[in-house]
Design a protein around this ligand. Structure first.
Ligand code: BGC
Length: 756
């Protein structure tokens, strides 16, 4: 008989687990169930004292620019708080939250100054409810000078090492609190399955299982067991949901995603993150199946609250309530847009440039258009998070409590994550690693001497284009190579800018004197709509430059620093070596040099398919029908990445060829390092369902383990799967496991088993 796993069942299970874990926690003297009630009481009693203006104020979030001295955009100096404006925001409009920064990364001192002023003005308010300050800490505390900047999420996923991701997030949490801020707008849990989308680098890639694993790890790192800790922050799951899959690849353009696919591919990372305790969630700015998500009651209330049992804050994305009217032409007026969004389930509006939301919502309540229960519900969710963060006691902690801010150890750790992310995609004739002695290396390409290209968007500023100003003490790829082999052994000419030639002749002349060419191509920094492209190929000048360099006969090693897999099929076969660096962050130059010269053995694996052609944008979990029409033939497949050693897979064994009921299947495989040096390998478990009532993918990632093997060493790797791991969402929108035949794939090995 088919056993069905429904979301309701999952919810019931969750409840039992919660009660159970609360009891265990109680025994440890940790969180006891009563505290939950105590918190509820505190929240209820505060709400009972609030008037309407104070309530809608809590639901209002404005940008720092609104309370800063002008001119706020394009400023040359970091913004100073304008006390009169701040008083208007807090004392007149009672705003509950402020966000971000404008065109600057501030010093810690400056952040403390801002937060102190906010605290003082809040202290003058009737109920003294603390402001919840939120910031885009996307790959480190990237709006604070001197903070540790890590690889962007896609690079983090390429490490296939959740332990690294958790620790990186805990450093980010520490450094964000060290900037007096308790709330980060991270992680992105959208699935990176549309390679042209300018934010794919903010995702953990295309595989649901990898995103779920990394999502849980990053939340644990941000939050630990207690977000009131002075070293932890509240995370914000983004962008719920389906935002990452625009049909055209352009940011904030519509997606068409049938609900079974939404539930199969896009919902699970959010469901896990809710279970992991993430207390806030940001809503998809865009449109799915014709309905803007900010107005979608089914997604925001039926599923998010009814099925996932999310208790926290659902915050809008930037200006998105108003855009229901101005951009989407969905609501016929601004006021109607506010009503639609609030009634769909948005608790807090990132307005963020004025107080119109508060004014309109007040009118709507007075006119009986929005009921008071809905306001109270939203306000309670917001206050609950403020209590959980401990903001009523400590809006922030003393600056001196964070001696490890931007420490050498944290920066070394960032380099280590970059080293584990960088993915060796080609190594013809073992051209890598390069010799360190008696060698002349030409370093060229527009990415060679820029910190901007290593960091991408969300670095010091929104678009990340000022990065070089803030990172004078960091090594570009060129500088790192110079340090590694001595300046006199390195030749340099830019050769090409992003989309036009520069100094090309000089670079080609220098190539004649070089033994090797390290060619750094890729993308400039961007995020969101400014990062939209019309052509996934790298610009022509970059590919032509690569071909000209290859013609010199010197071995060319291509280093890609890019936020998405820009196509390289016009010249990839002429390259001797290819390294994908993603956006490796501030220590990326050093990490690359360590890999190029063999001090570190690369172990990154692609978390996305690297396409070969613009009209062949498959993902690794393609269907049998795609396979029968043409082979999955990307430039490089998902999960791929070479090492300076070799690994052999053998002895794939299944504990049984049939499982039934609640039995678990044990899968084991032996992995041997057959090369001459130590290396790390990511052992990837894929399972294919041979026949299913929604056509099945040939294989789906179901597990992975990153292991370390000395030269000659063999390890046995064990995976366990059960029925739940073999489930999918059927056309009745139920999660089910259907009996039948399945096939395990690990490395080149395959074996079938039967589920009864
Ligand atoms: C982005 C979010 C971000 C927010 C605040 C929006 O435009 O989509 O990811 O957190 O701005 O800066």
């Amino acid at each position: 008989m088919k056993r069905k796993y429904t979301f309701q069942n999952a919810g019931a299970l969750l409840l039992i687990m919660l009660i159970f874990s609360a009891l265990i926690a109680g025994c440890n003297g940790d969180k006891v169930p009563n505290q939950q009630t105590a918190l509820d009481k505190k929240v209820d009693s505060l709400v009972a004292q609030m008037n309407l203006a104070e309530k809608v104020g809590q639901m209002t979030q404005v940008t720092l620019a609104v309370v800063s001295k002008g001119p706020v955009y394009n400023p040359t100096m970091p913004q100073q708080i304008d006390t009169a404006k701040l008083k208007e925001a807090i004392l007149k409009y009672h705003v509950g939250s402020i966000l971000n920064v404008v065109n600057h990364a501030y010093t810690r001192d400056h952040w403390y100054q801002i937060m102190n002023e906010i605290k003082q003005v809040t202290g003058q308010s009737r109920l003294q409810i603390p402001i919840l300050y939120g910031i885009d800490a996307i790959h480190g505390a990237n709006y604070t000078q001197g903070a540790t900047l890590f690889p962007q999420e896609l690079g983090m996923a390429a490490t296939w090492n959740p332990g690294l991701v958790e620790k990186a997030a805990s450093i980010t949490a520490y450094e964000t609190r060290a900037s007096a801020i308790p709330w980060v707008f991270s992680p992105v849990l959208g699935m990176g399955r549309q390679p042209a989308w300018p934010r794919i680098y903010e995702t953990f890639g295309e595989a649901v299982y990898l995103t779920r694993s990394m999502g849980k790890a990053i939340i644990k790192g941000y939050e630990g067991n207690n977000i009131a800790s002075k070293f932890k922050v509240a995370s914000c799951m983004k962008h719920y949901m389906g935002y990452s899959f625009p049909l055209t690849g352009k940011d904030r353009t519509p997606a068409l995603i049938p609900e079974e696919y939404l539930r199969q591919y896009f919902l699970p990372p959010f469901a896990d993150a809710v279970k992991a305790g993430s207390p806030t969630l940001m809503i998809n700015s865009s449109v799915i199946n014709g309905i803007p998500v900010h107005a979608n009651h089914h997604l925001l209330t039926d599923i998010l609250r009814g099925e996932l049992h999310f208790k926290g804050i659902a915050v809008s994305d930037w200006e998105d309530i108003n855009k229901l009217y101005t951009v989407y032409h969905y609501a016929p007026s601004e006021k109607e847009a506010v009503k639609m969004a609030v009634m769909a389930g948005v608790d807090m509006s990132m307005v963020p440039n004025n107080f119109d939301f508060a004014k309109q919502l007040t009118e709507l309540v007075k006119d009986g258009e929005v009921p008071m229960w809905r306001i109270d519900q939203a306000v309670k969710r917001i206050l609950r998070v403020k209590f959980e963060l401990g903001l009523f006691n400590h809006l922030f902690y003393p600056e001196k409590d964070y001696p490890e801010f931007g420490s050498k150890a944290s920066q070394d750790f960032s380099r280590k994550t970059a080293e584990e992310s960088i993915t060796l995609l080609k190594n013809k004739d073992q051209v890598l690693p390069l010799p360190k002695k008696k060698v002349k290396v030409l370093v060229t390409g527009f990415g060679a001497n820029s910190m901007e290209v290593l960091n991408g968007g969300w670095s010091y500023t929104w678009q990340g284009q000022e990065t070089d100003k803030y990172t004078k003490d960091k090594n570009t790829i060129l500088e790192a190579i110079q340090q590694k082999i001595g300046k006199s052994n390195v030749l340099y000419a830019e050769g090409t800018a992003y989309d036009k030639s520069v100094n090309e002749r000089k670079a080609l002349d220098l190539a004649q004197k070089a033994d090797y060419i390290v060619l750094c191509l890729g993308e400039m920094a961007y995020t969101e709509t400014p990062g939209n492209i019309d052509d996934l190929y790298l610009p022509d000048n970059q590919s032509e430059f690569a071909l000209k360099l290859a013609k010199t006969g010197k071995p060319v090693i291509l280093v890609l620093t890019e936020g998405r897999p820009r196509l390289i099929s016009k010249f990839a076969d002429k390259m001797k070596g290819i390294l994908m660096a993603y956006l490796p962050g501030n220590e990326g130059g050093d990490a690359l040099a360590n890999i190029l010269f063999g001090e570190v053995n690369p172990s990154g694996k692609l978390p996305i398919t690297y396409p070969r052609y613009p009209n062949s944008l498959e993902t690794y979990d393609y269907s049998y029908t795609e396979q029968s029409q043409h082979d999955y033939n990307p430039q490089f497949p998902f999960g791929y990445g070479l090492s300076y050693t070799n690994f052999k897979y053998s002895h794939l064994k299944l504990s049984s060829d049939t499982i039934s009921g609640n039995q678990k299947l044990k899968i084991q495989v032996e992995v041997t390092n057959t090369g001459k040096r130590e290396g790390k390998e990511v052992v990837q478990l894929y399972i294919g369902d041979l026949y299913a009532s929604i056509i099945p993918p040939v294989k789906t990632l179901k597990g992975f383990q990153k292991i370390d093997l000395m030269a000659g060493e063999t390890k046995t790797v064990l995976f366990t799967v059960d029925k739940q791991d073999l489930s999918f969402v059927n056309s009745q929108l139920k999660r089910v496991t259907e009996p039948g035949e399945f096939e395990v794939h690990i490395g080149q090995l395959k074996q079938k088993f039967h589920l009864q």
